[in-house]
Design a protein around this ligand. Sequence first.
Ligand code: ADP
Length: 332
Amino acid sequence: MKRIGVLTSGGDAPGMNAAIRAVVRTAIFYNLEVMGIRRGYAGLIEGDFIELNSNSVSDIMQRGGTFLLSARCEEFATKEGRKKAAEQLRKRNIDGLVVIGGDGSLTGAEYLYQEQGIAYIGIPGTIDNDLAGTDITIGFDTAMNTIVDAINKIRDTATSHERNFIIETMGRISGFLTVMAGLAGGADALLIPEQTVSIDEICDKLAKRQKEGRLHSIVLVAEGYGGNFRTNRDINESPAYGIARRIAELTGQETRVIILGHLQRGGSPTVMDRILASKLGAKAVKLLMEGQASKMVGLVGNKLEACSIKDVLKKKKEIDLELYELHRILSI
Ligand code: ADP
């Protein structure tokens, strides 16, 4: 292995820059050349490559987003598109690829490997933490902190005006962000895709809290609650609005909505995300050098592990229901 490529694809996540930095510097340390591919698979098909050296990744670790840019690319989901992508790599003598992204991006990389024999190692980059094969994904910790910060701020105004807030969090079909941030932020109720809690139950809780003299309640709702999640869905389809209307009707309490949306995808990565990204980036390069392919590197019980992509994509990562239960106990 003499030359590798690195790209970021799909939804961006804070810490992707730290991962790119780790890939580039580890590769250079071991005398490999590195090409950056801009705009994910779209740039790969179009040949949007840049040579990367140690300097190219200076000053990026603290920045959210991805300096290589990211994209969603329909053409790559076709066999012809992937053939073009492989030709671009072969033309530049790139022997292996590091793909940083979510399940969609890793699925695409696997097709490229199966059809075109392009060796790759995946790095889990998504704020949703919805990938098996790793306890935690890059961006998840930063996004949780962003949500908790938002809860703190909303709590101030909620108290002053004695109103409830329904805060909608990201996470697609998974309640990871909602449960962890809800626990850390002291939310009063959680609505997640994995559990069926009726709005009536939530209303009973809010009414009880009001009776006890609490000035407000904060309900966190995952964007995928009630099977609501669809890719590229319109913001109007957010579950939070309907829930807020229903709560206001049933309790008579003033209830406002805030959709945190893409705010959760930005910001300077936390220490946890920077360290995770640095470890995974370095490990991905070492695995490529060992001749491994079609794997995702992850952190399992504080150890770096390489998991076969087939296993990663086959399994659904379940949220920790004990944490959900703990939240229920602590939010009485
Ligand atoms: P994420 O990686 O964050 O899950 P997406 O699901 O949007 O993001 O996937 C990113 C890109 O990966 C897509 O735009 C497409 O180019 C590629 N991709 C996703 N799913 C597939 C698939 N089933 N086959 C081939 N390529 C795919």
